[in-house]
Design a protein around this ligand. Structure first.
Ligand code: PGA
Length: 274
């Protein structure tokens, strides 16, 4: 059995080198990142079904990321092979001092073997009233502990109806990432709040417009070379029926998948198509 510490070292080192390696391999073409976000729904059975499936079907064309609940991270990490892809965590506390009862710090997350961390998910922003300023603190802590943050952004239904989508998304990105003191790389996940878990998704044209805007913003902020290499994921009711279509949209570099990641068979078809 691989020690959690060994897997921690390997995964973190790998995730930090992720972009460079992927780009070398694909001669400039970014490999899709397919991320499963189990939210609070994972179980050891689900972890086992993933491990069994992945040992027979290693992801070839895309990079896989699995984000189970915190309690399952160590369990799955001990059996995880680097050939499967990466493990990630869902959220962390914005302060890593020891005197915060019952909360997972970025440091603790990194010790589980996770290489990535989802931050600023709409559940946190809207159900837990997290501001972009708070997300920024978490992003900085993620970098400090060698984690690659996936920064989620997205508009609410009423903001969409008021044509504020692009404004909201850009503001969230600018305020959630400390562009003046970048201390690592990151991934953006565009997740319209109204699309999450609803079965509704924007049109491909709408997704394309937002992703192009995000790409332009990143290039403006961090320059063409770096800005072109930041993966921009789409999330919100992505599943095996629409994955291929969404992945074909310009500047969509992967998917963040909640509900449809809870069944490895369906999720496996997405991995194969990506
Ligand atoms: P969903 O969730 O795929 O179930 O819509 C996506 C997410 O919340 O990250």
């Amino acid at each position: 059995m691989q020690s959690p510490f060994l897997s921690l070292t390997l995964l973190n080192a790998h995730s930090l080198k992720f972009l460079t390696k992927v780009n070398q391999k694909n001669r400039g073409r970014m490999k899709n990142l397919i991320a499963g976000n189990w939210k609070l729904k994972g179980s050891q059975n689900l972890a086992d079904s993933y491990l069994n499936h992945l040992s027979e079907n290693k992801p070839v064309n895309c990079t896989l990321l699995v984000c189970p609940t915190f309690d399952l991270l160590e369990y799955i990490s001990e059996k995880w092979s680097q050939d499967f892809g990466f493990l990630g965590a869902q959220d962390c506390y914005h302060d890593d001092s020891a005197f915060n009862e019952g909360l997972a710090s970025a440091d603790k997350v990194a010790r589980t073997g996770a290489g990535y961390i989802i931050l600023g998910h709409s559940d946190r922003r809207h159900k837990c009233q997290e501001t972009s300023g708070l997300v920024r603190k978490k992003v900085n802590l993620a970098w400090k502990h060698g984690l690659l943050p996936i920064v989620c952004v997205g508009e609410k239904s009423e903001e969409r109806k008021s044509n504020l989508t692009q404004e909201v998304v850009k503001k969230q990105i600018i305020e959630s990432i400390d562009f003046d003191h970048l201390d690592g790389s990151f991934v953006i996940a565009y997740e319209p709040v109204w699309a999450i878990g609803s079965g509704n998704i924007p049109t491909m044209e709408e997704i394309g417009i937002v992703h192009d805007e995000i790409r332009t913003l990143l290039i403006t902020k961090i320059g063409s070379h770096q800005g072109k290499n930041i993966p921009i994921l789409y999330g919100g009711s992505a599943d095996s029926n629409n994955a291929e279509q969404i992945l074909a949209v310009n500047n969509v570099n992967g998917l963040l998948i909640g509900g449809a990641s809870l069944d490895i068979k369906g999720f496996g078809t997405i991995i194969n198509k990506a």
